[in-house]
Write a new protein. Structure first.
Ligand code: KG4
Ligand code: ZN
Length: 355
C-alpha cells in the first residue's frame, strides 16, 4: 500500500491530493484561478504564477489534513514537472523540493499528460485494465492520440497540428462573448441550439491520426464576426483582429451546437479508427474536454469498444492524477533527484522517464 501526495501547478489550477495505492482518493483540493482569468478572457502566465505562490501552501496543508496523514506516513511526494507554463510549474516544483528535503521522502517529477491518463485509474469502482488501450487526451493545451501498451509505455499515433481541442473551444467561446473557459459554456449553450444551422468543416479527413482545429475556428470567425467593408476596411480589420465584434444576428446557441458537433465528430472518428487498427481493448478519454457529454456519447456510439472517462471533477487539472501516476512509477523504481528541472516540452513516449 502506498500513500502519495501529488502536487499540480502547471496551468491555472493549484492542486494537491493524497492518493492510496494509485487508485483511492483520500483527499483532493483544487484552487481554481478561473475567476481571476475570466476577467482577461484567458490565462495570463504572470498572473497564474503569482496566484500559485499565494495558494500553494494552503492547498497542500488542506490536502494533508483532509487525508488525516502526516508527512512521516507518506511514501513519496509527486509533482508535475511539465509540460506547462514555466513560472507556474516552478511554484509546484520548488514547493515539492522543499517538502522532500525537509521530510526526507522520495520526490517524483511526473509528466502532466501522463497524469491525465492516470485520472482513469481513479474511477470508482476500479476495473482492471487490459493493455493495449487507446488513449485520447484532450485538454486546453494538448490533443494527443496514444496507444498505451503497458504502465508508462506510450506509442504516439498522432495529435493536433495547430490548436488543441480545448483551446479551440476557448477561442470560439471568446468570439461568442461567452465567459472563460469556453468549453463548459459552449456545451451549456449548445444544448439550446440547432447543430444543423451551420455546417462547419471537419478538417483533416485523411488517413493520418493527426487533428487540426484552426480551420473550424476560422470558419466560425467568418460566420459570427462583423466583416469590415468599404473605405474603413483596413482600420476596421485591424480592430476586428484585436477583438472581433460579434454580429448581432448570430444565434450563439446554434453556433455553439454546430461547432461542438464538428469538433466532436473529428475527435471521435479518428479515435475509433485508431482503436480498431491497433487492436485496443478499450478507449480512454481524458483531459478537460473529456468532460463534454456529446464527446462521451458520440464515442460510445461510434465504437464497439468500451469507453472510459474520468469522473467530471477529475477531467480538469488536479493533484490526484499526479499522485496516481506516481504510484505506478514508484513501483518501477523511479524517483527524481532533488535538483530536478522543469520540462516545459515533454511528450509521452515509450521512454517518457529515462531512469
Ligand atoms: O485539462 P485541463 O484542465 O487543462 C489543461 O491541461 O490544458 O483542460 C482545460 C480545457 C479548457 O480548454 C476548457 O475549455 C476545456 O478543457 N473544457 C471543456 C469542457 N470542460 C472543460 N471543453 C468542452 N466541454 C466541456 N464540458
Ligand atoms: Zn491538464
Amino acid at each position: 500500500m502506498t500513500t502519495i501526495l501529488g502536487i499540480e501547478s502547471s496551468c491555472d489550477e493549484t492542486a494537491a491530493a493524497v492518493v492510496l495505492d494509485g487508485k483511492t482518493i483520500s483527499s483532493n483540493i483544487v484552487a481554481s484561478q478561473i475567476d481571476l482569468h475570466a476577467e482577461f478572457g484567458g490565462v495570463f502566465p504572470e498572473v497564474a504564477s503569482r496566484a500559485h505562490v499565494e495558494a500553494i501552501s494552503t492547498v497542500v496543508n488542506q490536502a494533508m489534513s483532509d487525508a488525516g496523514v502526516d508527512y512521516s506516513q507518506l511514501d513519496a511526494i509527486a509533482v508535475t514537472q511539465g509540460p506547462g507554463l514555466v513560472g507556474s510549474l516552478l511554484v509546484g516544483i520548488n514547493y515539492a523540493k522543499g517538502l522532500a528535503l525537509t521530510t526526507n521522502k522520495p520526490l517524483l517529477g511526473i509528466n502532466h499528460l501522463e497524469g491525465h491518463v492516470y485520472s482513469l485509474w481513479l474511477t470508482q469502482p476500479f476495473r482492471e485494465v487490459q493493455f493495449p488501450v487507446l488513449v485520447l487526451i484532450v485538454s486546453g493545451g494538448h490533443t494527443e492520440l496514444l496507444l498505451m501498451t503497458d504502465h508508462g509505455v506510450y506509442q504516439r499515433l498522432g495529435g493536433t497540428i495547430d490548436d488543441a481541442a480545448g483551446e479551440a473551444f476557448d477561442k470560439v467561446g471568446r468570439m461568442l462573448d461567452l465567459p472563460f473557459p469556453g468549453g463548459p459554456n459552449i456545451e451549456r449553450t449548445a444544448r439550446l441550439g440547432n447543430a444543423n444551422a451551420y455546417d462547419f468543416p471537419r478538417a483533416k479527413r485523411d488517413e493520418s491520426y493527426d487533428f487540426s482545429f484552426s480551420g473550424i475556428k476560422t470558419a466560425v470567425m467568418r460566420e459570427v464576426t462583423v466583416q469590415p467593408s468599404g473605405a474603413n476596411r483596413s482600420k476596421r480589420k485591424r480592430r476586428s483582429e484585436k477583438r472581433a465584434q460579434l454580429r448581432s444576428d448570430v444565434s450563439v446557441n446554434d453556433v455553439s451546437a454546430a461547432f461542438q458537433d464538428a469538433v466532436t465528430d473529428i475527435l471521435v472518428e479518428k479515435t475509433a479508427r485508431a482503436a480498431k487498427a491497433y487492436g485496443a481493448t478499450e478507449i480512454f478519454i481524458a483531459g478537460g474536454v473529456s468532460a463534454n457529454q456529446m464527446l462521451r456519447q458520440k464515442m460510445r456510439k461510434h465504437s464497439e469498444l468500451p469507453v472510459r472517462y474520468p469522473p467530471l471533477n477529475l477531467c480538469t487539472d488536479n493533484g490526484a492524477m499526479i499522485a496516481s501516476a506516481a504510484h505506478f512509477r514508484l513501483q518501477e523504481g523511479y524517483h527524481s533527484d532533488l535538483d530536478l528541472e522543469v520540462r516545459t516540452m515533454w511528450p509521452l513516449s515509450e521512454k517518457t522517464y529515462d531512469f
